[in-house]
Ligand binder design. Structure first.
Ligand code: GDP
Ligand code: MN
Length: 380
């Protein structure tokens, strides 16, 4: 789950990272009012969950409250990379001398978080990594020991930070690490961390990505979710506790277990098909959950066939079958469906489905081939 800039910066601030004074507005008149309270120059910043807002015209400097109002009107009517701008952040404009990059993410290969910094901030860090990789300084953080003082100093030295800013930089690095750790984030990034003309460090931009699997520990963070960026099917899926990810193909998949779902997708691809989604209905899914899964799959207009692959363990075959029948009553699908049902109560399940004009299969390979053929219109 991604957090907006203003949300990320407020979290950083809780951990002692200096951020500009500012506030978020949903209308141009609110923007003007905030600009009046701040006095002087402000920056009007679109709050959308994509990078490169600056280049897209979504970050503008205003010299007066009236100009802030005007820019807010423009920005609030924009779409950036397909996302509508619903809010703008009005921040006191920073007087920028130099822009630095500072971020933490998980380094899977090293099996620990890594702090990265660069003297080339403000720009796309992937670009820096590609063109001048030597300009990125890294320090792996032991999750039990935390960020060590010497590591922050090594980084400060590595990015040629003026000596008088090391203390302040150390606090910011520690604050960012705490924000990352305490929020169960997978990314916490300040780009740019600026050196102002009066020689202070300020986090002008902020970005956080939280680990969805840890969100249950942070209900206050989970509430910050921006529903604009998520397909409505994914929101619906979450409501029913289904793991669903939409893909570009035309074969809908309904599977229990993430591993089995991945395998089913691989086998579909192996036989020349393209899965339309990843969907794990989980263990012990009841009829209601199966019906929801079914509706979600069928809401995709690209669907040409559905493969249902259920290994009954805790999940009972007859429950799944009842869910499918209930959903069929409701949505009346007109695409071919291939079902492979094995395990607990599979026999009862198959009997229930016998009248429902489904293509049955005994093995996953058989089922996948039938689904691929059905999607190509090769079977009726
Ligand atoms: P992004 O484009 O989505 O990464 O948005 P940022 O918040 O990083 O802003 C992009 C760029 O706009 C920054 O790298 C700065 O160069 C500039 N910028 C942002 N805020 C200010 C500010 O308060 N004052 C000045 N002078 N420039 C700013
Ligand atoms: Mn930025």
């Amino acid at each position: 789950m991604k957090l907006h800039e203003y949300q990320s910066k407020l979290i950083f601030a809780e951990y002692g990272v200096p951020i500009p004074k500012g506030s978020v507005a949903a209308t141009a008149s609110e923007a003007k009012q905030i600009a009046e309270e701040l006095g002087g120059r402000v920056v009007v910043k679109s709050q959308v969950l994509v990078g490169g807002r600056g280049k897209a015209g979504g970050i503008r400097l205003a010299k007066s409250p009236a100009e802030a109002e005007e820019l807010a009107t423009q920005i609030l009517s924009m779409e950036i990379k397909g996302l509508p701008v619903r809010k703008v952040l009005i921040d006191e404009a920073a007087d920028i001398q130099h822009e630095i990059y500072l971020g933490i993410t998980n380094d899977r290969a090293a099996r620990r978080p890594v702090m990265m910094a660069s003297s080339e901030g403000g720009v796309d860090i992937e670009e820096v990594a590609r063109v001048t990789p030597e300009k990125i300084i890294r320090a792996h953080i032991d999750p039990l020991l935390g960020l060590q003082g010497y590591q922050a100093r090594d980084i400060a030295a590595g990015i040629d930070l003026p000596r008088e800013l090391w203390r302040s930089f150390g606090k910011i690095a520690e604050g960012l690490w705490q924000a990352y750790k305490q929020s169960d984030a997978t990314l916490a990034e300040i780009n740019p961390l600026v050196i102002t003309h009066d020689n202070k460090l300020v986090a002008v931009d902020g970005k956080m990505v939280l680990d969805d699997s840890a969100l249950f520990r942070h209900p206050e963070l989970a509430d910050k979710r921006d529903l604009d960026i998520e397909a409505s099917a994914e929101i619906e899926a979450r409501k029913y506790g289904l793991s669903f990810i939409k893909l570009d193909g035309d074969i809908g998949c309904m599977v229990n277990g993430a591993g089995l779902a991945m395998t089913s997708m691989d086998v579909i691809k192996f036989f020349g098909g393209e899965p339309a989604n990843f969907l794990d209905i989980g263990g012990g899914a009841n009829a209601e959950k199966v019906a929801a899964a079914f509706r979600i799959i069928l809401s995709d207009p690209n669907i040409k066939a559905i493969l249902i692959n259920i290994f009954g363990g805790i999940t009972r075959g007859d429950e799944v079958a009842r869910g499918i029948l209930a959903a069929m009553e409701e949505v009346k699908p007109d695409v071919p469906m291939v079902v492979r049902l094995v395990g607990t109560n599979a026999e009862e399940g198959r009997k229930l489905l016998a009248d429902a004009k489904m293509i049955t299969a005994d093995t996953l390979a058989d089922a996948a081939q039938k689904a691929v053929a059905a999607a190509k219109g090769e079977t009726k």
